[in-house]
Structure formats: C-alpha cells, structure tokens
Design a protein around this ligand. Structure first.
Ligand SMILES: [Zn+2]
Length: 445
C-alpha cells in the first residue's frame, strides 16, 4: 500500500469497512496478516499492526494454492497449476487463429479425429498390449484370412470339435472314430491322431521344428507359423504349415460328413494350394534405382520462396517448426523457429506452414512459391482432402494464402530443405515459443 502513514492506514481501514458493509462479509483479523517491505522501520511496522489489529508476517504463503507475493509474478510461480507434459500438450493443440470458431469435440486418439475401434481398444489397455497379448504373429502371417481365423480358434480352444460340442451339451460322441479312447480335441485332430502321422511325415517338416510336435498345442502353432525356414519350393515353412493344418481339418470334416477315408493325395493337394497362394502373393520386380539430383532452386524474378518443415519426435512427441523466406537471388529475407509443445507430425507441418505464411504476409510479399515435401499437406491445403483434427490449421492456411497475388505450391524433396533443418538444430534447446531470424545465422551464410 506504499509508504505507511496514519492517513494511509485510516484510508485502507475505511475501504475495508465499506467492503464489509457492501458485501455483507466480515474480515477475520486473526487470520489476516500484514507484510512490510524490508526497508520499513520496526516502529512503523509496530504502529501499523496496532492500528489494524493485525499481526505481521514475512511470508504470505499461498491462498487457494496460489502463491501471494509482493513482487511481480513470474511464470514459474504457476508451474504447479499444470505439469510440464500437460502444458506441452496444450501448446501442441491445433488451435485456429480465428477466435470465433467454436470448440468442437474430436476423438483425440486417432489421426483423423474420428472414433475407430483400434484406438478405443488400445485405450482400454492403457495403450499397452503386452507381447503375450499381441496377436501380430498370427494376423500378420502370410496365409489366407480364413486360415488365420481358424488358427485363432485353435489357439483359443474354440474350434467346434466333437469334444467341445459335447462339452457344450450336444448329444454327440466326443471321441475320435479311429481312437475310441481319445477325445477328439484340436491337438488330437491336428497331430496326435495316428491318421495324421503319415501326413506330417510327407510334409517335409524342417528338422528344427520336429521337436515342437511334443510342445503344447498353442506353442506348436506359434513356433511353426513364425518359421521362415525354406521348405518345399523355397516356400517358408510357416506358410506351408498354415495350409497343412487347415486342409487337415477340412479333410477330417469331410470324413465325418461324407465318411470318406483320409484323402491319400492330401499332401499333394495341400502343397499345390500353398504354391498357388504363395505365387499369387509374389511381389512385382523392383523398379530400377533412379538417382535424382536434389538441390534448392531459386524462385523466378519477382517471386519469393518459402521453405518450411515441422516434425515431431515419435508419434506424438516434442514438436518443432521452422521455415525461411529467400528471394530470387537466394538471399535471406527472414527465418523462424518455433517450439510447438507435444503434438503429431501433421500438426507440426501445418503449424510450420501457417507460421511461414504469416511471416511472408508480414514481409509484404505478394508473389510466393512454397516448397512442400509432404504430399499430404498439398492435398489438405490445396486439394479437397479433409481431416477433422486439422480443420482449424488447414482453414488458417487457406485463409492466409488468399492474401497473396500469386502463390504456387511446389512439391520438393526433403533434402532440398537443408536450410530449414539447420534452423532447428540452432534452436533445439531454446524454450522460446517463437524465434525469428531477420538475418541469416552466421553458420548458414
Ligand atoms: Zn484319432
């Protein structure tokens, strides 16, 4: 309240009195404290405390978790409000420049803002699927989708064998027709039944996989399916194996339903089906390698060029944007570097383009060529592709490029963008949100 004087004290008391009258509230003098600057004399302090009937303190501490301080507040005083990760995530949000745009609800776990089952499934598992729960070895294996599903049923012990159907209450004999003492389970059907022995013998099982015949059924399936060891006609054993168990199952079924004996040519039939499938999956020969000379090209007379780049570490990590403008003689006009907080690469790219366009507009440039290395950015900003998450940024960019007389987007290779990359290295450890470079940094000249 400035210099302490009796007049000042009575003025403050009168203000507090009026406040209590108007608000109907009371000031608790016991809970109130007075703080004095260090150069106040002890006499003055004592007089003031007596006049207010309030005790002195040297630290006002916190009120509702906010620190109360006499000195101007610093950003770090409020770091307790939100943690660093959360602040970076807020900083990374794709917020529009146009403040009239209402907030919208988007599904933040997908790239396009739309709900999809994969991201919801991952959310359920807290984004972590343990290797034991991962079924990639099965769903990504090279075979027919129906065989993948069949194998999954085997693994989950849900294949409708007579043993399982009997367990579920169907009036059906649960035993193998050939081996009356054995239940007709998945492992019995696929390998322990003597009728399958000759089949497996003829399938040319790689010696390293022979031992797995005694492993539990689940391990037996996964060990063999994962095998890339060459077998018949150099086809990976894993592929042949999936067709083998599938045809064995189908053959056993046809035996039950049409009482046929185990097909004598089952081995040939299985190999033929595998070869046919494997050949259909063969990749076309690679195109010959082309060497392209990549270099930065100066814009024509009267034009300026914007190079920009946005990147994020990992899928949604710490992101940065940078860009620079040069004229038709390749001279530096202006550059920038931005810390974007925590966000995805597409958002970082669009924020880099938006900041670049703002900078071009500020420089009063009307004819511009924009070098773009990400084709997606081209299709979003100059084409008709849409993306709910990125709408704000896309619309901002579209709004900005309408300010120029001529703006030409040009696809370029990332390697032609070395200068913008260099800006990122210069400022990688600076916490500043936006840094501009009116002159080219010495290390670029
Ligand atoms: Zn049997």
């Amino acid at each position: 309240m400035g210099t302490t004087s009796l007049a000042m004290i009575s003025a403050v008391k009168s203000v507090l009195h009026s406040f209590c009258l108007e608000s109907g509230m009371k000031i608790n003098l016991e809970k109130s404290k007075l703080i004095f600057s260090t150069n106040t004399s002890i006499n003055h302090c004592q007089q003031t405390c007596l006049a207010f009937k309030i005790q002195e303190t040297d630290n006002l501490e916190k009120k509702l978790a906010f620190p109360i301080a006499l000195s101007p507040r610093k950003e770090k005083d409020f770091t307790f409000v939100v943690d660093k990760d959360l602040r970076q995530s807020i900083q990374g949000l794709p917020i529009s420049l146009n403040q009239d745009i209402p907030d919208a609800i988007i599904w933040g776990l997908s790239h396009d803002g739309q709900l999809n089952t994969k991201s919801a499934y991952l959310l359920h598992f807290d984004h972590q699927i343990s290797p034991e729960d991962s079924w990639d070895w099965l769903w990504k294996c090279l075979t027919l989708p129906c065989i993948c599903y069949f194998t999954w049923l085997c693994h989950k012990e849900r294949l409708p064998t007579t043993s399982l159907l009997a367990q579920r209450g169907l009036l059906i004999a649960p035993h193998c027709l050939r081996c009356p003492s054995e239940l007709k389970t998945v492992d019995h059907i696929l390998w322990s039944c003597p009728t399958t022995h000759s089949f497996w013998q003829h399938m040319q099982i790689p010696p390293s996989k022979l031992g797995t015949l005694t492993a539990p059924i689940k391990d037996w399936l996964s060990y063999n399916i994962a095998s890339s060891q060459a077998s018949y006609l150099h086809i990976p054993w894993g592929v042949l194996f999936t067709f083998a168990i599938w045809h064995l199952w189908k053959n056993k079924n046809s035996q039950v339903f049409s009482t046929k004996a185990l097909q004598s040519s089952l081995v040939d039939f299985t190999i033929q089906a595998t070869v046919e499938y494997y050949a259909s999956q063969a990749k076309p020969p690679r195109k010959p390698h082309l060497t392209i000379q990549v270099y930065w090209e100066a814009p024509p007379d009267g034009y300026y060029k914007l190079n920009f780049d946005g990147c994020s570490k990992g899928n949604s990590g710490i992101a940065r944007a940078r860009g620079l403008i040069r004229d038709s003689l390749g001279r530096w006009v202006r550059g920038f570097y931005m810390n974007l907080g925590r966000t995805t690469s597409p958002i970082a790219e669009l924020k880099a383009l938006r900041q670049g366009l703002i900078m071009v507009k500020e420089c009063g440039i009307s004819n511009l060529i924009v070098d773009i290395d990400a084709k997606l950015i081209l299709s979003w900003v100059w084409g008709n592709s849409s993306n709910t998450v990125l709408t704000n940024l896309i619309d901002d960019c579209k709004g900005l490029y309408r300010h120029f007389d001529a703006i030409i987007p040009k696809h370029t290779y990332r390697e032609a963008n070395k200068c913008a990359d260099h800006l990122a290295n210069l400022r990688a450890n600076q916490p500043n949100f936006l840094v501009t470079f009116p002159l080219s940094p010495p290390s670029i000249r």
